[in-house]
Design a protein around this ligand. Structure first.
Ligand code: AMP
Length: 216
């Protein structure tokens, strides 16, 4: 299955993507995650991307497309994929479409997770991520048992540099201007499906699987 998750920062894409990828045995490809790993590893890509990421701006399309092209050539992506945080602009969506036509591997669905902006700000500013295993917690909605420690691996929980309120507001503006037009792009292609994203993670997952099960 080839799926895209679309929605503003804080809509729960990362949480749902991990669960969907596991349930349908497809790789979860998060461009944000790959970029953050490059920043941590101090690679050339990481040093080019960092300034944009810290400001909540998008990394240039060319860099992102090179990274995605490489990722899609890895063997596990041959059976399908779930993109989380990609594409983010119409040029990225067009470039992906071109790649998938070449591979004769069309998309099955684009799942849209819609959440109002004030809820997104509350969700993101309380988000904490395990610095070791990447598990996501929330100080209010999904707190860890021990403050600042991951329940799974004991790693330190940290706030992402771009989850502060000022940067979150900018990320939302960037989403509205550059990513929202993708809803129309995929609606025109008959691929857009709405997932209920304002409830609990379990409700969101149930809504997503109800859609995906009709596509198998
Ligand atoms: P995310 O983890 O998806 O919220 O992404 C974190 C940051 O990485 C974004 O605010 C962007 O700076 C950058 N980023 C992630 N994916 C993309 C993409 N597809 N295109 C451009 N920038 C991206």
């Amino acid at each position: 299955m080839r799926i895209i998750l679309l929605g503003p920062p804080g809509a729960g894409k990362g949480t749902q993507a991990s669960r969907i990828a596991e349930a349908y045995t497809i790789p979860h490809i998060s461009t944000g995650h790959i970029l953050r790993a490059n920043v941590r590893g101090e690679t050339d890509l990481g040093s080019e991307a960092r300034t944009y990421m810290d400001a909540g701006e998008l990394v240039p399309d060319q860099l992102v497309m090179r990274m995605v092209g490489d990722r899609l050539r890895e063997p596990d992506a041959a059976s399908g994929f779930l993109f989380d945080g990609f594409p983010r602009t119409v040029p990225q969506a067009e470039a992906l479409e071109h790649l998938l036509v070449e591979n004769e591997a069309p998309l099955d669905a684009v799942l849209r997770l819609a959440v109002p902006s004030d809820e997104v700000i509350a969700r993101l500013t309380g988000r904490r991520t395990c610095s070791q295993c990447g598990r996501i917690f929330h100080l209010v909605f999904d707190p860890p048992s021990e403050e600042s420690r991951c329940d799974d691996c004991g790693g330190e929980l940290v706030q992402r540099d771009d989850d502060t309120e000022e940067v979150v507001r900018n990320r939302l503006e960037v989403y509205a201007a550059q990513t929202e037009p993708l809803e129309h792009f995929y609606w025109e292609r008959g691929l857009l499906r709405d997932v209920e994203a304002t409830g609990t993670p379990d409700e969101g997952f149930a809504s997503a699987t109800a859609i995906l099960d009709t596509l198998r």
